[in-house]
Design a binder for this molecule. Structure first.
Ligand SMILES: [Zn+2]
Ligand SMILES: [Zn+2]
Length: 347
């Protein structure tokens, strides 16, 4: 996530709760302070020696940890039971409290290798990332008065207790043991470069993170890979190819009994949005910010970074497809125009 922080990170711990999904797997519903997205899910999965916690919820205020403790207690656990923290991806609502679990439970952290470069480094060096995002935003035509909204790292910094060292990497084929059997890692980049799903094949369960999520789709972290749009479409294909699941366990919202249908909807949504961006591009070179506000005229500062990032991702995708050309003006700013009919693909 990127963008301005909410005015307060305080949440109501009594709004937290735990629901058993299947024996051995609890959904922990944790309140969030973000306007428009009122909760994130973590999953407590039984092991012989305690639990594996898939995602942790956000930090930002002591009530966020109190909410996690409330939800864990409803499932019959406490912080000291957390043996493993497995991150579906590096966003503050998914790894914000990891440092507390390392410090107070000695939990091992399992995460994708890209989690450091695409998330914890932002928390470590917010000024560097802010400056880099600001430079990019200027080239894409963002006006001075909105630079802060797309460049600030305050959300990542405030909602993360501290960066944590990754003890074990989550890459394709790695297995995480649990009382139900092993959970297998499937890399699913796009929403974030560090995104993975965890699949329990025997029980047909998948911890889906933000791969499928109506609150956050489309949201594509731009700047950590060449073409996040192609990546997320391939990630949806990978998970759908595993066949029907009994339950998909998303990062936000209720468990999904029909993952295939949700993936189809997401794919259609992406196709529609890519088409909209392509239709907005004309023969006159236009900056990505102007295209963003043309497509979403009233987007508030809170959501500008997400919309802007998505448009940048789709523009990169359309350039790779040879349908859009990016031109650089004398002042270093970028403009996007339609590729000539039948012309060679863009470099
Ligand atoms: Zn996310
Ligand atoms: Zn999320």
């Amino acid at each position: 996530m990127t963008g301005p922080a909410p005015t307060s990170w305080a949440v109501d711990p009594d709004a937290a709760g735990a629901r058993l999904v299947v024996p051995g797997v609890w959904r922990l519903r944790l309140p969030l302070a973000w306007p428009g997205v009122d909760h994130v899910n973590a999953y407590a999965i039984e092991r012989d020696d305690g639990i594996m916690l898939v995602d942790t919820g956000s930090a930002g205020h002591p009530t966020c940890l109190a909410a996690l403790e409330t939800a864990l207690a409803q499932a019959g656990y406490g912080v000291p039971d957390v043996r493993v923290v497995a991150a579906t991806h590096g966003h503050s609502d998914h790894v914000g409290l990891a440092a507390h679990l390392v410090r107070h439970a000695g939990a091992e952290v399992w995460a994708h290798p890209a989690t450091d470069a695409s998330f914890f480094d932002i928390v470590r060096e917010p000024d560097r990332f802010h400056a880099a995002r600001e430079r990019r935003a200027r080239r894409e035509g963002v006006p001075e008065e909105r630079l802060f909204a797309v460049a600030t790292a305050e959300e990542e910094v405030q909602a993360t207790l501290a960066p944590v060292a990754v003890d074990h990497v989550l890459v394709d084929g790695v297995r995480l043991p649990s009382a139900l059997g092993d959970w297998e890692v499937v890399e699913t980049p796009g929403h974030a470069a560090s995104h993975v799903c965890l699949v329990q094949r025997e029980h047909r369960l998948v911890c889906a993170g933000d791969l499928v999520c109506f609150a956050f789709s489309p949201w594509l972290d731009y700047g950590f890979s060449a073409d996040p749009t192609t990546e997320i479409l391939a990630s949806l294909d990978r998970i759908q190819a595993l066949g029907p699941m009994a339950w998909a366990l998303p990062g936000h919202g209720r468990p999904l009994p029909d993952l295939g249908a949700v993936i189809d909807e997401h794919r259609q949504q992406f196709a529609r949005r890519i088409e909209e961006v392509r239709d907005a591009v004309t023969d006159v070179p236009t900056g990505a910010y102007a295209l963003t506000t043309h497509l979403c005229p009233d987007v508030p500062d809170r959501w500008l970074a997400g919309q802007f990032s998505e448009v940048l991702a789709h523009l990169a995708h359309l350039r790779h497809r040879g349908e859009v050309v990016r031109e650089e003006a004398a002042d270093g700013s970028y403009g996007y125009r339609s590729a000539a009919e039948g012309g060679p693909p863009a470099p």
